[in-house]
Write a protein that binds this ligand. Sequence first.
Ligand code: ZN
Length: 248
Amino acid sequence: MTKKTGTIMIAACVSIALCHPVFAGFDLGGMIKAGTDLTKAATLTEGEVKLLASEASKVSDSENKVAPTSSPYTKRIDKLTKGMKYEGSTKPTIKVYMVSEVNAFAMADGTVRVYSGLMDKMTDDEVRYVIGHEIGHVNLGHSKKALQTAYTTSAARKAGAATGGVAGKLSDSALGDLAEKLVHAQYSQAHENEADMYALNLMKTNKYDPKAAVSALRKLEKMYGNESSVFSSHPAPGNRAAALEKAM
Ligand SMILES: [Zn+2]
């Protein structure tokens, strides 16, 4: 893998204050139908993956309250990621969702979303570790794989096949279905560990306190247990904390 590093520049956040049920367009019937005849893995180009991710990201942003630029949450995120160095070529775009749940997720186009509920519970360096972990999923190719998997079983693929295109012509409900899958994408334990090591390296490179990686995971473990259900997309925080302690 060629090593390419980047530095985070702060992008202004757009305030979207629409507040209706998340992923109202979720089409379970269509999803099941689409899933039954689609057992082969989707073959998407790099460009298609990023396009789909960015479309899904837009739908997700429209269905959640994004913290406006003036929000203390946005100011805090901007401050603590300013000049953050990271490895890889996909530039993260970080925004905060005003959601009390303790969670964060990433998509293959560099979309990183951190929930205000997580920021309320964590110190600056712990939030940096979470962001580093998410950027890791993106730049290690995990988010791309997650999208390929989600697309294989999603209504979006069927809709895309019907219209002969990948995104753009897809309905909001098909994209909402895909977005919902990406927000709750399950990563393998191997990918979790790789993203943790990526984050640990990022913490050291940027001279943040690497111990915050362990304390963040211990907090999650305390809140939700080792078999975390709320933070389900990032399982077994206790085991991961132990692995990181060992690596340090
Ligand atoms: Zn993860």
